[in-house]
Each structure stands twice: as structure tokens, then as C-alpha cells.
Design a protein around this ligand. Sequence first.
Ligand code: GLA
Length: 403
Amino acid sequence: MKKIIGMAIAALAVVAIIMSGDIAHASTGGPPMGYNTWYQFDSGINETNVLQQAGELVSSGLAGDGYSTVTLDDGWQGTSSATRTSTQPLTWNPQSFPHGIPWLAAQLKSMGLNLGIYTAIGKNTCTDSGHLAGSYGHYAQDAATFASWGVTFVKVDSCKGLPAGTSDAQLTSDFSQFGGYITSRGMTYSEELPVLLPVGSAQYFAAIAASSQFANMWRVAPDENFTQSPSFTILGHLADDLPLHGYARPGHWNDLDMLVPGVPAAHPFDWSLSSEESQLSVWAQEASPLILSTNIGSLNAAELAALKNPDMIAIDQSGSQAPVSVSSGNILAVIKGADGGYSVLLANTGSFAQHASFTLPALHVKYTHARDLNVWTRSTGGLTGVSVTLSPGQTYLLVLTNG
Ligand code: GLA
């Protein structure tokens, strides 16, 4: 009985969040939100450009909307993988970070932001021909170092530098051990174990099951690639993620990789506004972390408004990944919610325009009549079923409430 009441309260909380647009990630362990340097700078990061992006995060209002962790991706290190000794701590590149990482963490803190940092599970990291040191053999030491610098979020990559023949079981055990050192110091643990393995394979699912026990977020889809079409990336990641909803729960999230609005300098995605909104729709419905990686200062008003859309953020932070999906032809409908409120994502996964109609029961929505809100156009209405015509790759996101 107690459990049923608890579930009803949780369901009502989800509705309240969807309806009010409250940002709940801080209190409920919703998917992390923030900024990452990778797609804008690749490994060419320094304290000046990080602080500039941080300033724009604050002045644009994005930080106030929850995008408040600034992560230094690969390229900050000053320690060489070839010469790191068994006791040597990691340090920063003194040319790019002349004031040091603890100073940067303090600067960010004074701006109301947190510092995240990247490392790798192996002996070296993924970039710059592997000459930068990773954390292999140093998991406890590096977690202690990061905590002492004021880091609150650690991203651990899966690539490179593991002893030849390392088994999946050993790799998983290494990720678990490193995660224990990270989380026991109160830092959030983001990792990439699953994407080292073929997406959809038995090893991949085993890695996700393990990651969901010891990590706060784990990458389930490959890196975004600007040479591929937006819908290939967005709907491809959605397809990868649909079977994984059972692993997601407060404090533990499937990670679809970063948001790439605008035109990041080093990886020049150049998506239309509607593709950028599609990415946000899928990430929100799937409760993926919302981690922005672009040149924030170059985003236009419509792009900023999309990132700040309160319903999109509330859907992302509502406490669950969408558990239900149904199809009509090439139109896929993905649904989440509870008594009193649902979010519904529709997507055309095919190669030609298509019309589809779903009754509310077909969408697992328990109303005979619903009020609907289009999350992007803000138009509202009433309906007894959802009918759409979508072009290939197009998506549509709405919130349904009783009435
Ligand atoms: C991998 C990760 C990226 C980024 C780079 C850095 O490709 O998936 O997110 O961290 O490494 O080298």
C-alpha cells in the first residue's frame, strides 16, 4: 500500500513539473545540464576561451535555466602519457591554463557555475595522437586530485591505452572502481563504457546494465558527426535509446551526447532551427543530459529561446525516460507522463512524407478528451486523438493534459 501511494505521489510530481515548467534537476537528480568545450574547441582549450563561454552562459540566462556545469573536455592536461610515472599526479597545461585549474574552478564558482573535467580510463586520452595522460593505474589518485581542485563532475572516456587483451569484464570493473572513487567524493560520474562496444550487441547491453549501477550518466550513442544529416543523428540516437528506458531513473541517465546548436568552430554542425528543436525534443523525451557544446555567443535569439523552453526543460527533468512507443507506418510516437499529464513525441523515421492519426488510447493516454500544447509553437487546442503529417526526419512534441 505504502508503495502504491509513493508511486502516485511520484506520478503527480511528474505532472506538476510538466505543467509548471519548474526546473527540478537539482532536487530530483534529473539529467545533468551544462556546457562542454569539445565541439567548439576540440582539444584547443584555454582558460580565456573557457571563461568567455562561461560568461556567455551567465549573461544569456542559460546558466539560470540550469545549464550550469562547465566541463573541460580533452586537451586541458599537461601530463604526458609516455612519461607519467606510477605516482605522478595529473596536472594542467601551464601555457593554456596559466592560473591553474583550481583558480578556474573558483572563478566559475564565483559566477554560480560548477567545473567538470575529462579524463580517460586508459593510459592516454582520445585526442592529439594519444600523447596526453589518461587515468589508468591512477583512479584513486586522479579522483582525489579532481576533488581537491574543486571539480564537481568527471567525464571518463573509454578509449585507448588499456593493456592489450583487457576483457570487457575487467574494463567494466575499472569503470566501476573509478566511479566509486569519484562518487564517494561527491562528484557526478559521467562515462563512456557502452559506446566502446557495438551498439545493440549483448556486450553493449551488459555495459549499460553495469553502468546504470555505478554511473550518473553513461553514453549510449556514438559521437555526433557533422558530416551526417541531423535526422540520421537525432533519430538514430532515439532508436538506440528506446529500449534502454528501464535503466534510467533519478540520478542515473542514458546519455545521447551533446547538444550542437549554432555552428561550433571545431566541429562545424550547421543545423536548421527545426533540427535543433528536434534534437531538444528527443533529448527531453528521452531524459538525456542537456549538455551544450558550441559557441554560445553566436547563438541567435530563436536558438537561445529553444534551449530555454521551459516545457522542454521540464519534460527532460520530469524524472523518467519515455517508456512507451507505438508506430503507424513510419510515424513513431513516444510517450511519457502520468495521471493528469503526458508528453508525446512524434517522429517520421521514413524517407517520404507521411500522415498518421493516433487515438488517445493508442497513445496509452487515459483521457477521452485532452488539451494540447505544442511545445515549440506554443499553440494550444483540444483533441480526442493526435493527427500529424511529417516530412522525413521531422518531429513534433506536445504536452497533453486532461480536459
Ligand atoms: C571521445 C568522446 C568525445 C570527446 C573526445 C575527446 O570521442 O566521445 O565526447 O570527449 O573523445 O578526445
